[in-house]
Design a protein around this ligand. Structure first.
Ligand SMILES: [Zn+2]
Length: 157
């Protein structure tokens, strides 16, 4: 088990031999793994399905489904985000464009057809970010793993 971890960690190191390039907001917007901010959380474009999510991070192997039903809670985040979307677009059209209530809601809901799937994904990314933080020592752990691998390899002979 440990060996597998070190092996994948070393592979990740050689592939991404650098510090995290993204801050938290950018990582969430790009829908990246919360721990390494490198691996993609979703493996297919949103047009091919909203919930095409990797079981674990392809780079650092962080599990994305922390427990069965983990993403039920993401619905609350999605509810907040879609509420915020509706409130801001409808009120902007009402107060800045002087549209009728009916027109404002109609356009907002039409826009929602595009926005809501995006919100559903974003809600999952934000939800897992509440539980899994960025690992500052991620690169350090990888470095250690690599030197350990070298040691084991040389002491094997
Ligand atoms: Zn990761």
């Amino acid at each position: 088990m440990q060996n597998i971890y070190y092996k994948t960690a070393t592979t990740a190191l050689t592939k991404n031999n650098k510090m995290a390039k993204r801050n938290k907001i950018a990582a969430i917007a790009a829908m990246k793994c919360p721990r390494c901010r490198e691996g993609d959380m979703f493996y297919a474009p949103i047009t091919q399905g909203i919930y095409k999510m990797n079981k674990e991070c392809p780079v650092c192997k962080q599990a994305f489904e922390l427990e069965p039903g983990f993403y039920w809670g993401a619905m609350y985040v999605g509810y907040g985000l879609s509420g915020g979307y509706m409130l801001s677009t409808v009120s902007a059209m009402l107060f800045f464009l002087n549209w009728s209530v009916e027109a404002a809601f109609a356009v907002s809901i039409l826009g929602g057809i595009v926005i809501f799937p995006l919100i559903a994904r974003l809600a999952r990314v934000i939800w897992i970010n509440i539980y899994v933080g960025y690992d500052k020592n991620y690169v350090k752990i990888l470095n250690k793993a690599e030197s350990k691998n070298v040691e084991t390899a040389s002491s094997d002979k």
